[in-house]
Design a binder for this molecule. Structure first.
Ligand SMILES: Nc1nc2c(ncn2[C@@H]2O[C@H](COP(=O)(O)OP(=O)(O)OP(=O)(O)O)[C@@H](O)[C@H]2O)c(=O)[nH]1
Length: 669
């Protein structure tokens, strides 16, 4: 929650009493909650575990609750979360120390190729300290704003976080966003300044930033190089000393929170659970508080980092559970499992992920419809934050309208469809979820409500049937070196943003807060920001509701035929400039054809921009003299293959990548 304080907007630390802050930092004497029943549990005496033990079933009763620490690693993109996780896995003997350990917890192909984490990963580590053996449950989280839902879910299974900050880049926009997620969840926060080995590292400056922005005393920061392993052991010590054990009760009936789930073709749903109370064993009958369905537990265990079965999981522990569920929706994220005949009050769960961007998805060839359908179903089983509605279009045939958390999320989903399921798709212009307050009685009856959410331009109701249109807005945070502030402010203004606050986080770094219409930032705001600040500015945003907006539907026509992929809803003020840019870009991307092509942007029947592509003919056989028929056939075959990558609009052939190029430039104007 943001509040207006003195000169500007600020939340959190400035309002917090020192004792609460001290508790948040896990300082001695300031523990937030007593460890209920910890001493009374019937724990077996400690036996020290090593990586070798992982070949057999782990006896999890060996870890009394006071020896458990559950924590996440959170940070801005690329500040070194996964590299720190690698070192922690090595130090605890969970994986062997080799030069090849690079982002071990980033298991997906797309994560390895893009060098980013998109899915939070859990690993249970066994660590010996002062003659005791600790169970450390670590969750490595993604850094990009599109995946912050993964972060907030992961935090629900934790009592503390390692807030990693790059010693060269300092605090960035996602550092601020992630800090507040942890702060609001009342977790112990351990600031870790990483990459101190870099030539331009300035850990002292970063310490001061942390003190200024988060109100965390600089002596609380741990300075490390995750790459070289420097001082990483002290991070483990801090986890044990500063993060409290979970506040749970083993003798109470089972309450297991599902904080993530994945789908395995052979074993069904694998639910990641955090046990808030009770125990769960193989053979137990459990009930989902959400669906009230009963299941028998086939397997429980911990992730080490691969699945390692155990007989039982105990309160305070984080692990996985397999119970014959065939669909991820049966293990809804945020659901509570309890034991059959021992019903409990379900845990609060999470708000469901809210899609920020919608796009139509169609098979390139309609004969591929069933294959693509099955690929989308399988992939959404592993990514339940994607919403899917069936859709169809005259030009593109049967397809779907998919909702994503952001554009990167959309790109990653498509890349996974292509790589993991060999699917090829046509996408339509990404759009944000607009709303319309209806005035037409007929429409109100049809929709059975007055206010409708428009996720596809084809649903956009005519102005005469509407009292007002609403557009989603977000509160954006930008952190930048101050020399770029002027340019960035102009960029924000061009995107219809309203400034809310500006604050220096150190001598030459500025934090700006703006209220943005979501559709102005969704496609390429981040790219523009990065290029205008030579890569130094960072950006993050959070949902801020809706505002009234003057919106219109704009069609793009090729020789009079509407290009369905490019139909878009724009702000009235921007219709002309956006239409002009789309026409120009389309002109650049369209191959010349045998006849002239008129490219038009139109709002209703009014044409607001126009470009023309001159006629041309490509004769692939032009250089092929003589009568070698096989050579000619080869050239014609290659031309035919090339044509498969084209889509026909009327009689005009449009390359698939032309759409992408056009979409990328829309919000520039
Ligand atoms: N010099 C140096 N480089 C580091 C250090 N830690 C991480 N890196 C490098 O920083 C880059 C990003 O590291 P990651 O561990 O993938 O960062 P991340 O925060 O997990 O990234 P996302 O998951 O995409 O948010 C990689 O090239 C690492 O090799 C360090 O201590 N020193």
């Amino acid at each position: 929650m943001w509040v207006l304080l003195g000169q500007g907007w600020r939340r959190g630390p400035a309002l917090v009493q020192w004792s609460t802050r001290a508790a948040c930092l896990g300082l001695p004497g300031f523990r937030r909650a007593p460890i209920r029943g910890a001493a009374a549990e019937p724990w077996a005496p400690a036996r020290l575990y090593s990586a070798a033990d992982c070949k057999e079933k782990i006896d999890m009763s060996r870890f009394p609750v006071e020896n458990i620490r559950n924590f996440s690693i959170i940070a801005h993109v690329d500040h070194g979360k996964s590299t720190l996780a690698d070192r922690l896995l090595e130090l605890t003997g969970t994986i062997d120390k080799t030069k090849n350990n690079k982002q071990v917890l980033d298991k997906l192909q797309v994560e390895r190729e893009r060098g980013i984490t998109v899915k939070a990963q859990t690993a249970s580590l066994f660590y010996n300290c002062d003659g005791k053996q600790y169970l450390l449950n670590l969750i490595d989280t993604p850094g990009h704003v599109d995946f912050s839902y993964e972060v907030s879910r992961s935090l629900s299974a934790c009592q503390g976080v390692l807030l990693v900050v790059d010693a060269n880049e300092g605090i960035q926009a996602q550092t601020v966003a992630n800090f507040f997620l942890a702060f609001e969840a009342q977790l112990s926060i351990i600031p870790v300044i990483n990459k101190i080995d870099l030539k331009n590292a300035d850990p002292e400056r970063v310490e001061k930033q942390i003190e200024k922005v988060f109100d965390i005393p600089s002596d609380q920061c741990i300075k490390i190089s995750a790459k070289l392993g420097t001082n990483v052991e002290s991070v483990l010590q801090a986890v044990i000393k500063r993060i409290p054990p979970p506040n749970v009760h083993c003798k109470s009936p089972l309450r297991a929170l599902v904080f993530d789930s994945t789908f395995d073709q052979y074993r069904g749903v694998i639910a990641n659970v955090a046990l808030f109370d009770g125990v769960v064993s193989k053979g137990d009958k459990i009930v989902s508080a959400h669906s009230k369905k009963t299941y028998e537990v086939n397997e429980v265990g911990v992730l080490n980092p691969n699945e390692q079965p155990s007989h039982t999981l105990y309160a305070g522990q984080v692990g996985y559970l397999i119970a014959g569920m065939k669909d991820v929706t049966e293990a809804q994220i945020g659901d509570t499992f309890y034991l059959h005949k021992q019903p409990v009050e379900p845990l609060p769960g999470f708000k469901s992920a809210k899609p920020m961007v919608f796009a139509g998805m169609y098979p390139v060839d309609q004969s591929e419809y069933n294959n693509l359908k099955s690929a989308i179903e399988k992939l959404t089983l592993n990514d339940s934050s994607v919403t899917v509605h069936r859709d169809s279009s005259l030009a593109l045939g049967a397809g779907w309208r998919l909702g994503f958390l952001g554009l990167l999320h959309m790109e990653v989903f498509i890349q996974r469809l292509e790589q993991e399921y060999n699917a090829s798709v046509i996408l339509t212009t990404p759009t944000v979820p607009y709303k319309a307050v209806l005035s037409s009685e007929k429409l109100i009856k049809e929709y059975r409500q007055k206010e409708i959410t428009i996720i596809s331009p084809s649903q956009f109701p005519d102005k005469s049937k509407v009292t007002e249109y609403l557009e989603p807005v977000v509160l954006g945070t930008i952190i930048t070196p101050d020399e770029y502030t002027g340019k960035i402010m102009m960029l924000c203004q061009a995107r219809r943003a309203v400034q809310k606050n500006m604050m220096y986080i150190d001598q030459n770094r500025v934090m700006l807060k703006y209220l943005f219409p979501l559709n102005e930032i969704v496609v390429d705001f981040y790219d523009s920001l990065k290029s205008m600040s030579s890569g130094y500015a960072s950006f993050d945003y959070e949902d801020a509701g809706y505002q009234i907006a003057e919106l219109v539907k704009m069609d793009i026509l090729l020789n009079g035929n509407i290009v369905e992929e490019l139909v878009t809803v724009v702000h009235k003020e921007k219709a002309h400039s956006v239409g002009k840019v789309i026409c120009e870009r389309l002109k650049e991307s369209l191959p010349r054809q045998l006849f002239e092509i008129a490219i038009q942007a139109a709002v209703g029947s009014k044409v607001i921009a126009r470009e023309t592509v001159k006629a041309y003919r490509k004769n692939v056989l032009a250089k092929c003299y003589g009568g070698d028929i096989t050579r000619k056939m080869k050239l014609l075959k290659r031309q035919a293959e090339g044509k498969k990558k084209l889509r026909k609009v009327g009689n005009i052939e449009v390359p698939k990548d032309a759409f992408i190029k056009v979409l990328k430039t829309q919000s520039d104007k």
